[in-house]
Design a protein. Sequence first.
Length: 314
Amino acid sequence: MQDNLNNGIYTIDSHYAREQLAAVFMLVEGNQVALIETANAKSLPYVKAELAKHGLQAQDVKYIFLTHIHLDHAGGAGAYMTEFTQAKLVVHPKGARHMINPAKLEAGVIAVYGEKFVAEMYGKLESIDPERIIVAEDGLEVDLNGRRLICRDTPGHANHHNIIIDCKANVIFSGDIFGVAYPELMVNGAAFAFPATTPVNFDPQKMECSIDLIMSLKPDAVYLTHFGRQTELTRLAYDLKRMVRDYVQIALECVNADDVVSAINLCLQEYMLSEVSKFGIDLSPDKILGVIGMDMQINAQGLVVWLKSNVVNN
Ligand SMILES: [Zn+2]
């Protein structure tokens, strides 16, 4: 049985933006289901298809976890909660109120990405009934048909970020705090991972602490939302922490540029092309930037927000 091999964990491609960019994870314990992440509302048919494949129905979904409320993780929450009528939404205390009233969240995302993009990707965000929300304080434990799932507060990428520990499988769903590793950038099965320093709560020290917390829990695997199961955790953790420090150094070196975002973006691109090449990935710069270009633009924006609140510019 496939179930015995993967502990009832299924990685669903949400098809958010492109293939294998953002995952929704499905955990099955007996006839009960937990979902982790919701991508956007357009991802719902892929989740329903996966449920059907296993003979499961909408009412079997008991919990929907969000690692954090950035919209590539939480954009589909309203639509999912409407579809899965028996589910509770499990979300960080700093994210819960934005799920109840998404107007401020929507306005913030429009400010970064523009109205057209937000309308196309997410439609109108639906508010969620507060009675169906479980506020996941650090250490909150959820029981999925006897299977223990524990939320841990893990700031650094966002201040509303939890990881979810699956005690039965001894794996962690890391959202964006353990970096991003796209399948396009793999060599002989080894993943190339890099940090996500998205606006507006990137904090390098907290990011390193959260990476250390994950490693201290000694998981057998970490599931990245972008994208999928990783097992070479010691190497990934080392490289992520090294890159966080390099990103910060790059940001500091660009602090006096006329256009700081563009300057950091260009330096990040150059740095990443060199890292990818050192890792042994044989792709043209255009192809590589086609995969990670948008991430570098967003990372540059996040680093500028961090610079503004942490570095005195004289
Ligand atoms: Zn994020």
